[in-house]
Design a protein around this ligand. Sequence first.
Ligand SMILES: Cc1cc2nc3c(=O)[nH]c(=O)nc-3n(C[C@H](O)[C@H](O)[C@H](O)COP(=O)(O)O)c2cc1C
Length: 220
Amino acid sequence: MKILKSSFILAAVLSVLMLTSCSNNNENKSENGSECQVQNSEVVSFDEVLMTRRSVRSYDASKTITEEEVRELLISTQEAPSWANQQPSKYYVAMSPEKVEAVANLVGERNKQNIAGAPVLIVSTFEKGKSGFFQGDPANEVGDGWGAYDNGLSNAYFILKARAKGFDTLIMGMRDSDALRTLFNIPENEAIMAVISLGYRADEPKQPKHRPLEEIALFF
Ligand SMILES: Cc1cc2nc3c(=O)[nH]c(=O)nc-3n(C[C@H](O)[C@H](O)[C@H](O)COP(=O)(O)O)c2cc1C
């Protein structure tokens, strides 16, 4: 009976250790290679990420995000495709309460209210004259529009990775770009695009109405 009880306790301790090593490694296997359950948000399916990613306009102010967590999201943006691998996107990350407040003051009153409590605000830019350019000249009529295109793709990787990790975001096109340029000392050759809030949802956002597929996709 005593042996049975000790084996049970040992098994319980081992399984806890296995789960811990899984979640520390962020992988599906423990250090010794055996299968084990990963108890974090990264196991969600891609469809679930797509379906639950929403523009979040209400944040839980009690939750914080570490610089390491933000770095992981930014690293995922490096997997995004870009014109001739130009990688024109750049990110200015406000994490200190002072900088977050300063950026929040530059996205308009409505946005400011909606992002209250988001611990991180990120300004997204792209370097002009790279994507869509060949030897200094625009390769076609889109010009720097390709830089904006690449930047949007990069942002998409960011917001989807964020959702996969359990975070929430709001992309904001309403922002004072001149003031942001001064705040972060952003060079003139960078076009300032969106400000993205990063945090945890306080309420469940509603899925917006989508246009019927027939209206947006034509098959020939
Ligand atoms: C380029 C861009 C700019 C946006 N600017 C704002 C903004 O300033 N304020 C805001 O509340 N939402 C903004 N949004 C969010 C959109 O309103 C939102 O993506 C859209 O309504 C669809 O909702 P969903 O993201 O929940 O699917 C922006 C989205 C994009 C892609």
